[in-house]
Design a protein around this ligand. Structure first.
Ligand code: IMP
Ligand code: MG
Length: 196
């Protein structure tokens, strides 16, 4: 599906027209907003079943998970806490270097908590394994991972995913919080980026 379709579905707002004016890369839809909504509902039901009564601490990995986190939490109608963590990779462009540092320290106590990490995508797995190791050292009661998307074809280190939205092909995806160089986060559908 081409950009014109993306724009039609977005209601043809002037905001989206900036994509046409400025972009040399075209997003085309991989998962529609309806498919995303269904996936988020399914994940919320699974999480509710496992965490009801446990007052879990949900930690969203910035920035990509912000939209997913917001939609997910809206469907979780029981006591929980929300935190965000900012990670910076030393790598450039699309490739993950594996050298990660925590850019914004966590305020919440991790020790003894049931912690659920909320990610946008697990690609090589280097970023998330760093974060899971970092959190594990803080002795949570339990530590699990929920990711909206998984790109297993690019994995460099094994990662256990407890809650998964979509498996994606080896393509660069944008939209629904995911960016390419800070662009396209606002797209309501998950799109793949096409050249030219
Ligand atoms: P890693 O390779 O698993 O360490 O991925 C680290 C980060 O790279 C993810 O959290 C995303 O922010 C970003 N990333 C990897 N693949 C994609 C993609 O297809 N679209 C947008 N961001 C991506
Ligand atoms: Mg991320």
């Amino acid at each position: 599906m081409l950009l014109s379709t993306v724009i039609d579905r977005a209601g043809g707002t002037g905001y989206n027209h900036r994509v046409i004016m400025n972009s040399e890369r075209r997003p085309s839809i991989l998962f529609t907003r309806q498919e995303i909504e269904a996936a988020v509902k399914r994940l919320a039901a699974e999480i509710r079943q496992d965490y009801l009564g446990k007052n879990p601490l949900l930690i969203g990995v910035l920035k990509g998970s912000f939209m997913f986190m917001a939609d997910l939490v809206r469907l979780l109608d029981f006591p929980l806490e929300v935190e965000f963590i900012r990670l910076s990779s030393y790598g450039r462009g699309r490739e993950s270097s594996g050298k990660v540092r925590v850019g914004q320290a966590l305020r919440a106590q991790i020790r003894g908590r049931d912690v659920l990490v909320i990610e946008d995508i697990v690609d090589t797995g280097l970023t998330i394994s760093f974060l899971l190791d970092y959190l594990r050292k803080k002795k949570p009661a339990s530590l699990r991972l929920c990711t909206l998307t998984d790109k297993p074809s690019r994995r460099q280190v094994p990662v256990t995913i407890d809650y998964l939205g979509f498996t994606v092909p080896d393509r660069f995806i944008v939209g629904y919080g995911l960016d390419w160089d800070e662009r396209f986060r606002y797209l309501l559908d998950i799109c793949v980026l096409e050249d030219g």
